[in-house]
Design a protein around this ligand. Sequence first.
Ligand code: SF4
Ligand code: SF4
Length: 69
Amino acid sequence: MEKKKPIINYKECMACGICVQACPFSCIDFVKINVNKDKKAYPELINNGRCTGCGICSKECPVEAIELR
Ligand code: SF4
Ligand code: SF4
């Protein structure tokens, strides 16, 4: 079975960085992407291969902006 991966909902994300700190494998980092016409840095899964699908990032997000699927 394929591992689940975190999908970030940028409508909810407030770019607090908790998920970046929470991932034990440093899979998430801030990347400059164009969200809501607002070019600031948002978290993104940058290391897909190391992500175990553990769900820690999702559990730690204070606004439930990360879904594993
Ligand atoms: S699911 Fe786990 S390994 Fe994958 S990005 Fe989130 S915290 Fe990191
Ligand atoms: S923890 Fe949630 S709100 Fe904070 S940067 Fe990550 S996805 Fe966005």
